[in-house]
Design a protein around this ligand. Structure first.
Ligand SMILES: [Zn+2]
Length: 458
């Protein structure tokens, strides 16, 4: 997958530290920063056993070493670096969490406020109103995701401009937020789950492209290329209808459209994510090589076998099947559907790869960790739930060499909680400490203010 956004952010953040980058007579080079994190319990690699009394040595944005005991000096000396010791000796420390399915431009409370104000706006459609409101929302909600311990999130469907701008500002160190991988507009067919172009259609190609709307293989290739051109990190397409748009749950794309979308994404080095409920649509997408099935509530046994064989991820979004009370929906059909089919339970039992994803935005941003409770409540081992939000999401995103575990050379994305999440995943709802790319964003339960990267040199 394309990692420009990830890599460019690192380069920008690292520039002030490169002595050679300073012009003659400019300010002196900033010294390296070393942080010694004293972890009472450290789960460095979810899936393997936690260790007691460990030190995570962070140098600038990366993990430099993992050492036994509580070090007060960096191994090999400080070498002129600024050294900080952070006492997490009574905390449980683990890699930063990742959510594979969020929508950063909106959430129910925002939608309802708009509706109550009488704005000409359908509250269930998931669109944020104006682009400007979408941008402001994305700034606020991105920060809330980070405060909840989610150091990387994947936005699977948003306005084509607002979240791009927010991602770029975060990567450039101008704003606080999680690392964002984004899809831009989800690709959808005319009248499908995700087509929000006006009726009658304007006929303007650019409007349809910006919205990700396409019909036929050629148009769908073009729609994918358009999101790539805008800077998408991943391609999302809505293979079936959905709850938010009242377009049903049945297939909406022909096989050649599905193949065109996935093949074009892969040609461009991007992963492809399919919103899919109908078992036929799921299997068509899996056969065409899709990287993840989002929701997948109607997954059948044949689909499970196919996903296991192909190594396709399921992103369960269990939280999304339980609409928040603010919607005041009696007997939500999504709950009935989920509980009848139990796709998550069956896929997990069969050994299908599961990547943590919530659909935050259909509920309040920052409540993402409630998904852990659903996963464990439906039979997943707590360790597997933690793995799904770290190791597995990193693999799905194509960033496993950079994130997902705390190992030397990887990005220093670290969270800590009081209590033991392996005994009670509910502890993950109260994140005490957050470090992203070596910068402490939250400590003792409070976001640090001001939290900023060094300003760029003049
Ligand atoms: Zn979604």
């Amino acid at each position: 997958m394309r990692q420009w956004s990830l890599v460019s952010g690192l380069i920008v953040a690292a520039l002030p530290m490169l002595a050679g980058a300073q012009p003659a007579g400019g300010p002196p080079p900033r010294p390296d920063r070393i942080v010694l994190l004293h972890a009472g319990t450290l789960l460095a690699v979810p899936g393997s056993s936690p260790q007691r009394r460990m030190t995570v040595v962070v140098r600038n944005d990366r993990v430099a070493a993992i050492a036994e005991g509580f070090l007060t000096e960096p191994p090999g000396g400080s070498g002129g670096a600024v050294v900080q010791v952070v006492d997490l000796s009574d905390r449980f420390v683990l890699p930063g969490l990742m959510d594979a399915h969020v929508h950063l431009e909106h959430e129910p409370a925002f939608n309802r406020r708009r509706a109550e104000r009488g704005d000409r706006y359908p509250p269930a459609s998931g669109t944020p109103g104006t682009k400007a409101e979408g941008a402001v929302n994305a700034m606020i909600y991105a920060r809330r995701n980070l405060a909840a311990g989610f150091t990387t999130v994947r936005d699977l469907g948003s306005d084509d401009q607002a979240v791009f701008a927010v991602r770029n500002a975060i990567n450039a160190g101008r704003m606080v937020g999680p690392r964002i991988l984004l899809a831009g507009s989800a690709i959808a067919v005319t009248g499908g789950h995700g087509d929000s172009t006006p009726i009658p259609a304007t006929g303007h190609d650019e409007t349809r492209l910006a919205d990700g709307t396409c019909d036929g293989a050629i148009e769908c290739r073009k729609a994918v290329r358009y999101q790539y051109k805008l800077g998408a990190d991943v391609i999302k397409f809505t293979s079936t209808g959905g709850f938010g748009s009242n377009t049903g749950l049945e297939p909406q794309l022909f096989g050649d459209e599905i193949e065109a979308i996935i093949a074009t994404a892969h040609l461009l080095g991007l992963k492809a994510a399919a919103h899919a409920y109908s078992p036929v649509a799921i299997k068509d997408a899996v056969r065409a090589g899709v990287d993840s099935i989002e929701h997948g509530f109607l997954l059948d046994d044949e689909g499970i076998a196919l996903m296991k064989k192909s190594g396709t991820f399921l992103v369960p979004t269990l939280s999304a099947s339980y609409p928040p009370p603010i919607f005041r929906i009696p007997d939500p059909p999504s709950v009935k559907l989920r509980n009848e089919h139990r796709a998550f339970e069956r896929a997990y039992a069969a050994g299908v790869k599961i990547a943590f994803g919530t659909d935050a935005g259909t509920f309040t941003h920052g409540d993402n960790a409630k998904e852990f409770g659903f996963m464990v409540g439906f039979g997943m081992k707590p360790m597997d739930a933690l793995r799904s939000a770290t190791v597995m999401t990193a693999e799905l995103f194509g960033i496993a060499a950079e994130a997902g575990t705390l190992e030397p050379g990887k990005l220093a994305d670290v969270v800590a909680v009081k209590g033991d999440p392996l005994a009670d995943v509910a502890t993950l709802k109260t994140i005490d400490f957050v470090m992203k790319s070596g910068v402490i964003a939250k400590r003792d339960g409070a976001m640090l203010e001001p939290f900023s990267y060094p300003p760029p040199s003049p």
